[in-house]
Ligand binder design. Structure first.
Ligand code: T4K
Length: 402
């Protein structure tokens, strides 16, 4: 699906999904300089503790434990919860979600998603077996799970409920902040996340004992007194990551406002295009709008999702196909063990969703240009091009690279 940009590409520089947001540079560098002067670089230093404190205040969770990345955060969380056997997860998520479970010796069982692209509680109910110990819902691409629906299923069968909130820092659903749902939630601060710490993650929980177990696990099984009482690994975040994450999260309100503004620009720019839908959060959500996902119905749009991605790449716009082909179709997950039921919604989304660039440096003109590029590709299946014929073809070279 890769295509080289044409010499006359609309953008003179690469516009990528996942281009990192860089927070206040001077503040980050000051903080790193402080760490160098203190000669405290790791092992839960002052910047990590300050970052954790910020996350606690933001999410309302009693504990936020910073770790090396979101994948490890999920591994620690499921292990600390004592999950065994089968754990129900959506297929339509990044591969890190099922991999973290498999890496801990668990069997991810793939459930289908609801109309918002998150794990469907009714489908989960049909997947529960005597071997099931937990459910991991994923707040996906800016949309929160049906938390109440999943809580009801978890309570009915006595299952642990966790959430992969890698995409959902700063979001809330039904007035409940992400970070406080289920037994634990995990965050990612990978470079591509709107709040990043280069690499990083966190486990959030209200459960004191669970938090103590996660803290020990991230530090070789040592308790706060430095004595090893359990098995553990090394999952500690270092001070440079915390300097970056802390500086980013201090400005999270501004970042979310920017994400939402760009979402509005995209929604306006792609409005009324047949077969093209800018996906929005659930009505009950206060979303962070960090991912900009669009669903392409090729029968109505007259163009496939993959063709749009290819043609945008020729214009120096690098959309991402998240998450194709669906984890149940990946080689490590043989169907009979991990996919007991058909997953029609997941299959459709995996074929139709694309994610467009949404980093903080994109201007209204940039978004307008990307929307015009897409408009020019869409041909109504009815044969009549309608309003598209009167639109200008894209010829502007936006923001030449310096
Ligand atoms: N759960 C969920 C639901 C997740 O989505 C993820 C991660 C996790 C758990 C696990 O969290 P971590 O262990 O990663 O903390 C990216 C990210 O690597 C991954 O963190 C993220 N989700 C996933 C959705 O996206 P790729 O395969 O798209 O990465 P890559 O290398 O293609 O980069 C994406 C785009 O970002 C490219 O266009 C280039 C651009 N980029 C990337 C980096 C690293 C930059 O412009 N600068 C950079 O420094 O996975």
């Amino acid at each position: 699906m890769s295509a080289s940009p044409a010499a006359s590409a609309a953008f003179g520089h690469a516009v990528r999904v996942g281009a990192p947001n860089i927070p206040d540079r001077d503040r980050v560098l000051d903080r790193i300089a402080g760490a160098l002067s203190r000669r405290t670089l790791s092992n839960n230093g002052p910047l990590v503790r300050e970052f954790e404190d910020r996350l606690r205040r933001l999410t309302g969770a009693r504990h936020c434990i910073a770790v090396t990345n979101g994948t490890v955060a999920l591994e620690l969380a499921v292990r600390a919860c004592g999950l065994t056997g089968e754990v129900i997860v959506p297929s339509f998520t990044y591969v890190a979600t099922p991999h973290a479970l498999s890496w801990q010796g668990l069997t991810p069982v793939f459930g289908d998603v609801d109309a918002y692209g998150c794990l469907d509680p009714e489908h989960v109910r049909r997947l529960v077996t005597p071997r099931t110990s937990g459910i991991v819902g994923v707040h996906l691409l800016g949309t929160c799970c049906d938390a109440a629906g999943l809580e009801a299923v978890a309570a009915e069968f006595g299952l642990a409920l966790l959430f992969d909130a890698a995409h959902a820092l700063g979001s809330a659903t039904d007035g409940r902040r992400v970070g406080t749902l289920g037994r634990a939630e995990i965050f990612s601060f990978h470079a591509t996340k709107f709040v990043n710490s280069f690499e990083g993650g966190a486990v959030a929980t209200d459960d004191d004992e669970l938090a103590a177990r996660v803290r020990a696990m991230r530090n070789f099984g040592q308790d706060d007194d430095g004595v090893v009482r359990s098995l553990g690994t090394n999952a500690k975040m270092h001070e440079i990551s915390a300097a970056m994450g802390l500086t980013a999260v201090e400005n999270i309100t501004g970042l979310i406002a920017g994400n939402e503004q760009r979402h509005t620009w995209y929604a306006d720019g792609l409005r009324d295009l047949p077969g093209i839908a800018v996906r929005g959060p659930r009505p009950a959500d206060a979303s962070n709008y960090s991912y900009l996902s669009v669903q392409v119905d090729p029968a109505r749009a007259g163009v496939t999702r993959d063709e749009i991605v290819r043609r945008l790449a020729q214009e120096n716009v690098f959309a991402k196909v998240y998450f194709h082909p669906g984890n149940h179709r990946l080689e490590p997950y043989p169907q009979e063990r991990h996919r007991p039921l058909p997953l029609p919604r997941s299959e459709r989304l995996a074929e139709q969703i694309l994610v467009l660039p949404n980093s903080a440096d994109l201007t209204a003109d940039d978004v307008g240009l990307i929307c015009r590029l897409i408009r020019d590709l869409v041909t109504p299946a009815t044969g009549a091009r309608g309003e598209q014929t009167s639109r200008p073809t894209v010829s502007v070279r936006a923001r030449e690279s310096s």
